[in-house]
Ligand binder design. Structure first.
Ligand code: ADP
Ligand code: MG
Length: 689
């Protein structure tokens, strides 16, 4: 930027990044020209507004810099207008009814806080995507609003501790899990091609039982993919740092150094696209689906989250003095309270057809949201719960500061206890939201988390101020008093035990925590009055936007189950049943031959074959009748106009039929001659490296 922009333009861009100030339209012309000059030196020919519509993928529409100027001549041009705003047709992106109410037009607008980048020979400008009337049609818009809300709410609370704080940034470090499967093998599986997962397939004799893959040496082809990918990431400024094998065969993980949340979200979206492109070159297919294979672990995307100030303090990291530790406890306890008050919304924001396979299954966090903080911090909260109501005596304050708050840095050092079964865990200097799906756009969970914490911090400030102003309390007395009440009120969300166990389900129910197992149930809370008011009050989303998102997510759920159901029906009928018949004919020929040789006593020698013939018939019969039943059920459900009822029917009527049909297909896989079996098997998909 310093090389291609003059000082005024440089300062304007930095002002927009650091302070959110507006960029002057005339200066935008200068900035766009600078961008173009820079891009052309890198061989760029086109530019695009790069955005994240609610499809889950990224969107781009390229335009060349090329412009004719008459007389057979042309120049390369990129004006400020083109940088700042574009007008793509919004009608073919998910809009949840917003389009019907207004116009099809949508706008993309430059987000200067996320750096433009060059992808191939295209200059990409990160943008927000909104409707003609300003409603968000993308992931970035509400995220930016939520980040702003948490910034101002957190700054106000920080002022109790340090008057110099002017900005608080939310940070995100995601950990991306994925499967790498040979591309040709994937192409031979219509289910993976169409749905991203296997809808059938008997588990392989060897799966993950030997635990020989996790953290093992990285297979050569995977390694060369990773190195290629990391090189591309380096060129794009995505700070990837960690790579390793995950638990399931052919499953891997990569993680970057954490960044400011908006940038981290963009980088994760870009990375997922980059991974697909890089995998092509290595003849791999990347699977981001949360559960591509039954019987082995699925994939998640832990969202490591913290808040830090422009003075360089991590608000979720304990400090060196009692006062900075009180600040830490303030943010720590407020986050717990926010999760407690909004546990159902946090569950909703990670809900999807594919993540349903993972939540509640026994390798992933349960569908119940709880917070793990470790034994040491639990003790601290227990002591704080006993703080005297009202003004504190000098002795009590000294005791608290020296022996409770003051001891935190020491105890944190050996707080290495890591509960892997918790969906939301405190890990030393950050919270780790582990229930996020591997395929998800992190903007969604980050929007909710930052919004609920923003709202909580606003309430906290109000309550503390009342005690200071009306009850004549000292600032730290007031803070201790409010925190004490918060600990009491949110104790039900804290859980240190095994989140996978059945006992926890029972216990959670007693505590009144929600346990919404399927997406349609989980999503409902997105249109509750409480949620709509929360987002509306913070300026993150208005009611129209909240309702639109709910509808988009419900529709997405319906479509995904519908597609899976069709694909499963097709494969069962056009791949599995004909193969079974063919093998059965071979057996029949064999039995006929035996009869020819052995005459009336053939039944003794043909005993197994005859049993097999019958077995095959019975599986064929089951598959056919169950597929017919499923198609009939779909036909009825598709007529349903009420989106909630339709989604629930897909969840509770159609979805359970899959396992039933699959069971018989998988049994046939074990009976039928391997030479004839038309689908690539688990042992090949998962073990060919
Ligand atoms: P794991 O959870 O697998 O042990 P780490 O805890 O080392 O892995 O880090 C996982 C991710 O958390 C990384 O992306 C890392 O940069 C990020 N991270 C570390 N500290 C913070 C923080 N204070 N705020 C947000 N993210 C962080
Ligand atoms: Mg982690």
């Amino acid at each position: 930027m310093r090389q291609y922009l003059n000082k005024t333009a440089f300062d304007e861009v930095m002002g927009a990044i650091l302070k959110g100030s507006k960029i002057d339209r005339l200066i935008a012309d200068h900035i766009s020209t600078g961008m173009k000059e820079w891009a052309i030196t890198k061989g760029v020919t086109h530019y695009t507004h790069w955005f994240q519509p609610l499809t889950g993928a990224t969107a781009e529409k390229h335009d060349a810099f090329f412009e004719t100027i008459g007389g057979g001549a042309a120049i390369e041009r990129f004006g400020g207008g083109e940088l700042v705003q574009q007008e793509p047709d919004a009608s073919s992106f998910p809009n949840g009814g917003i389009r019907n109410m207004f116009e099809a037009r949508g706008y993309t607008a430059w987000d200067p806080t996320s750096p433009a980048f060059i992808y191939g020979t295209t200059l990409c400008i990160p943008t927000v995507f909104v409707s003609y009337t300003g409603e968000a049609l993308d992931y970035k818009t509400p995220l930016l609003r939520a980040l702003q809300a948490v910034d101002s709410a957190a700054v106000a609370v920080c002022k109790y501790f340090d008057k110099n704080v002017k900005k608080v940034n939310a940070s995100l470090g995601w950990e991306q899990e994925y499967f790498l499967i040979d591309k040709a093998l994937v192409a031979s599986r219509p289910d993976i091609v169409a749905t991203g997962r296997t809808l059938l397939g008997h588990s392989s004799a060897k799966g993950q039982q030997l635990e020989d893959h996790y953290f093992g040496t990285i297979p050569n082809r995977a390694m060369s993919f990773m190195r290629d990918l990391e090189h591309e990431c380096m060129l794009l400024g995505i700070p990837v740092k960690t790579r390793h094998n995950e638990v399931a065969p052919n499953q891997f993980e990569l993680a970057p150094i954490y960044e400011e949340a908006n940038l981290a979200v963009d980088h994760n979206s870009l990375l997922m696209d980059l991974m697909h492109k890089t995998a092509e070159r290595h003849h791999f297919k990347v699977l981001f689906h949360e559960k591509p294979f039954a019987g082995v672990n699925g994939s998640g995307k832990h969202n490591n989250w913290s808040l830090s100030t422009d003075t360089g303090v991590n608000l979720l990291g304990p400090g060196k003095t009692p006062m900075s530790n009180l600040q830490f406890l303030t943010f720590f306890i407020n986050t717990i309270k926010a999760v407690h008050d909004n546990e159902e919304l946090l569950r909703a924001v990670i809900a999807s057809a594919s993540n349903d396979h993972r939540l509640g299954a026994n390798e992933a966090p349960p569908a119940i949201i709880s917070v793990f903080i470790g034994e040491q911090l639990t003790k601290v909260l227990t002591e704080l719960k006993n703080v005297t109501s009202g003004k504190l005596s000098p002795e009590e304050k000294t005791e608290l500061k020296l022996n409770v708050v003051g001891k935190i840095p020491e105890i944190m050092l050996d707080n290495t206890d890591r509960n892997r079964t918790s969906p939301f865990a405190f890990t030393g200097n950050k919270f780790e939201f582990r229930a996020v799906g591997s395929k998800a756009n992190c903007a969604n969970p980050m929007t909710v988390l930052n919004s609920i914490v923003a709202k909580q911090l606003i309430e906290f400030k109000d309550e503390v101020d009342v005690l200071i102003d009306k009850k004549d309390m000292k600032k730290d007395d007031a803070i201790f008093n409010v925190l004490r009440e918060y600990i009491k009120k949110s104790k039900n969300i804290l859980f240190e035990g095994n989140g996978y166990g059945e006992a926890w389900e029972v216990e959670a129910k007693k505590r009144g925590l929600s346990n919404n197992k399927s997406t349609p149930e989980a999503l409902k809370v997105r249109v509750s009055k409480k949620t709509i008011d929360l987002f509306d009050g913070l300026g993150v989303m208005n009611k129209v936007e909240s309702v639109a998102r709910y509808e988009i997510e419900m529709e997405d759920y319906i479509h995904r189950i519908q597609i899976e159901s069709r694909v499963l029906g097709d494969i069962s009928r056009s791949h599995i049943v004909p193969t079974a018949v063919r093998y059965q004919n071979i057996l029949i020929e064999n039995v006929k031959g035996l009869k020819e040789i052995y005459g009336t006593s053939f039944k003794t020698v043909a005993k197994e074959q005859l049993a097999l013939i019958e077995d095959i018939s019975s599986h064929i019969e089951s598959i056919n009748s169950k597929v017919t039943k499923m198609i009939d059920a779909r036909r009825t459900i598709n007529k349903e106009e009420d989106i909630e009822k339709k989604a629930l029917d897909y969840s509770y009527v159609i979805n359970p039929m899959f396992a039933d049909i699959r069971y018989h297909c998988d049994k046939l896989e074990l009976l039928i001659d391997d030479e004839l079996w038309p689908l690539t098997k688990y042992r090949e998909l998962l073990f060919i490296k």
